[in-house]
Design a protein around this ligand. Structure first.
Ligand SMILES: [Zn+2]
Length: 221
């Protein structure tokens, strides 16, 4: 059934939930994740009329402060195939391991936010332009008149409100996300979430640090 969130004013549905035992990247089995699907009805040029979010919840987060939280944008290249062009594979795996070790937390997967919210078609075009024209990620977005970051986090506010979460410990390197939660007066503490640097992802992460202000501690030469 469709509802409207009192804080974000977004229309949404919680479509259903089920228990999903998961084998994590460190080899451990987490039997107690519950997966929810949320759908948002919206009108956005870049992300389509309907947006879907998987939400994995572990432990009791209802009404809690300092809930360990990760917001993941879809990146099928890394998440399905293990692409090393970005750090997305590490970020997904590490977040689930940290939540599992903490025995509590919420993991939100933004299924329709490929390519920093520009969509799966633009994500392919951007990679092609980077490799064939030697552009960096920001230049490639400009070439197709795409915003460097088109993601909207209002659905996340709705999801946190659904679970009555009062404050979060957010695994992120992206200062924009922290600013967003502060704008909504949601207490947020940052947990750095940085993976290994390699020869394939080095340029992408360097540009994200230098041009998009991501809070990586890497020293780029
Ligand atoms: Zn990625």
């Amino acid at each position: 059934m469709e509802e409207t969130d009192s804080i974000s004013n977004l229309k949404y549905r919680m479509d259903g939930k089920f228990k999903m035992p998961c084998k994590l990247a460190d080899g451990t089995l987490q039997k107690n994740f519950t997966l929810y699907l949320f759908s948002f009805l919206r009108d956005n040029k870049y992300i389509g009329p309907e947006e879907h979010f998987h939400v994995l919840v572990l432990g009791n987060i209802q009404g809690k402060d300092n809930v360990l939280t990760r917001i993941e944008s879809a990146c099928t290249y890394a998440h399905l195939y293990g692409s090393q062009l970005c750090d997305c594979q590490f970020q997904l795996q590490e977040a689930l391991i940290k939540i599992s070790k903490n025995q509590s937390g919420i993991y939100i997967y933004c299924l329709d936010q490929h390519g920093r919210g520009t969509g799966i078609v633009n994500h392919v075009k951007v990679y092609q332009a980077e490799q064939e024209l030697g552009l960096d990620t920001v230049q490639a977005h400009l070439k197709f008149s795409l915003p460097a970051d088109a993601r909207n986090y209002e659905p996340i506010i709705t999801i946190l409100n659904y679970f009555n979460v009062k404050g979060i410990k957010l695994m992120t390197n992206n200062p924009k996300r922290l600013d967003f939660f502060r704008k909504y007066n949601i207490p947020v503490e940052r947990i750095p979430h940085q993976g290994p640097l390699n020869s394939f992802n080095k340029n992408e992460l360097k540009i994200k640090k230098e041009k998009l202000g991501h809070l990586y501690a890497y020293e780029f030469k």
